[in-house]
Design a binder for this molecule. Structure first.
Ligand SMILES: CC(C)(COP(=O)(O)OP(=O)(O)OC[C@H]1O[C@@H](n2cnc3c(N)ncnc32)[C@H](O)[C@@H]1OP(=O)(O)O)[C@@H](O)C(=O)NCCC(=O)NCCS
Length: 166
């Protein structure tokens, strides 16, 4: 991936609409938003909840659309977290399925690192699950320390990652 083609842009209302289109076309709801009861897939309730959820996020300066060659392909966030130490920001991201495995995740982590540093943080923390091999690879290659937290969940232990921004 040519990293220069990958950009983070602060989420606004227009980008939120484009993000919903990208999510519906290219991601499973469970990968990109909190659980909403009902049948599987992108039901009307889930689309409405996605917009409401991101509407709240768009009001904060910490949520970004991920663009590749000016097209929205996913989202990332970087925000203070109650559980995180004061010098850390918590990161999360998702990328549409058809764009995965091309190095976009690595490019986004580099951008989040630079953004965290510019905001005065010295560390980024992130969470994933034992079954999420791609996220663990992404974080390990970036140099993160990974710790298992035993969790009674079908996806296995929670994995807590800490990454220095330098
Ligand atoms: C996790 C995620 C962001 C990775 O993004 P990506 O653009 O595919 O990542 P990259 O192409 O930069 O690859 C990162 C690493 O994961 C590996 N990888 C990618 N897809 C993989 C897969 N399906 N299985 C195993 N490894 C995989 C790559 O080979 C690469 O390994 P390396 O570091 O040894 O080179 C993406 O899979 C995703 O959006 N998943 C759903 C949401 C999610 O899990 N978010 C993470 C929460 S922390």
């Amino acid at each position: 991936m040519d990293n220069a083609r990958v950009q983070l842009r602060r989420l606004d209302e227009d980008l939120t609409a484009a993000l919903l289109d990208a999510a519906v076309a290219d991601a499973d709801p469970a990968e990109v938003m909190p659980a909403v009861p009902g049948p599987p897939g992108w039901t009307a309730d889930r689309r409405a909840a996605f917009l409401a959820f991101h509407h709240e996020w768009a009001a904060t300066p910490t949520t970004y659309a991920i663009l590749v060659a000016d097209r929205v392909v996913g989202a990332a966030r970087l925000q203070p977290a109650p559980e995180a130490p004061d010098d850390a920001l918590e990161a999360g991201l998702w990328i549409g399925r058809s764009h995965r495995g091309q190095g976009i995740g690595h490019a986004v982590v580099a951008l989040l690192r630079a953004e965290a540093k510019s905001q005065g943080a010295t560390r980024i923390v992130a969470s994933t699950t034992e079954t999420n091999t791609a996220a663990q690879r992404l974080l390990t290659t970036a140099g993160a320390d990974l710790h298992h937290r035993p969790t009674p969940d079908p996806n296995g232990d929670t994995i807590k990652a800490t990454l220095d921004v330098d």
